[in-house]
Structure formats: structure tokens, C-alpha cells
Write a protein that binds this ligand. Sequence first.
Ligand code: ZN
Length: 130
Amino acid sequence: MIKTLSIKSKTRTELIDITEDINRIIKESGIKSGVCYLYVPHTTAAITINEGADFSVRRDIMATLNKLIPASGDYQHLEGNSDAHIKSSLIGVSAFVFFEDSKLIVGTWQSIFFCEFDGPRSRKVLIKIV
Ligand code: ZN
């Protein structure tokens, strides 16, 4: 069975920590040990795992992405959000994490982030627990 985590982003670009939401969904599944697959079914969003302890890290990641891939540039896509499509492809739309005792096994400083590149929007992350 595939679970869905609904997310509402608040700004055009942001990293949203979903680690505890994923832990809750794993716990609700009743499965103690396995693999959690995460998939973002959007073309202007992504998922990444990085430091969650210091808020400035997620700020720096987004600020650097915005600098490398500016909102306006030599783009042809008429929707006007090419930067968001490019960021989505660079970061990627899938991740997986192992879990044990119904809890994600991540590094001390790691968090799972939903990456919004063209918000604010209603989004979802698909989760398969095996
Ligand atoms: Zn587009």
C-alpha cells in the first residue's frame, strides 16, 4: 500500500522538514523493520536529505540554488517556472531510508526535506514502506 503525505508550502522556494511526518507514517504502518521509499510526483519539487539541526544550512542550500539557477533567464518554457523544473531535476524526486524499531535510521544531523521550488502550492509525497 502507498501512503500519501500532504504538504502545503507557504513560499515560492523552501525546504520543509518532513522527518517526523515520515516517522509517524512508519509507526502507523505497524512494520518494525524495513525500507521506506519516498517519491515526489511533481515536476517543480524534489526531496533531499541533509542537515536539519542548523536552520541556516537549508537557507544556504536554497539561496545557492536560487543563485545558480535564477528565476528569470534564457528559458523558453512558457509557464515561466523553468528554474523550478531544473532544480527539481538536479535534486531529484526520490529517496529511501532504512528503518528499525519503527524509526528511521538517519544520521544525528540528518533530516528529510521536501523541496518546494514553485510554491506556494498543495503538494504530496508518496511513501511505500516494505
Ligand atoms: Zn512549468
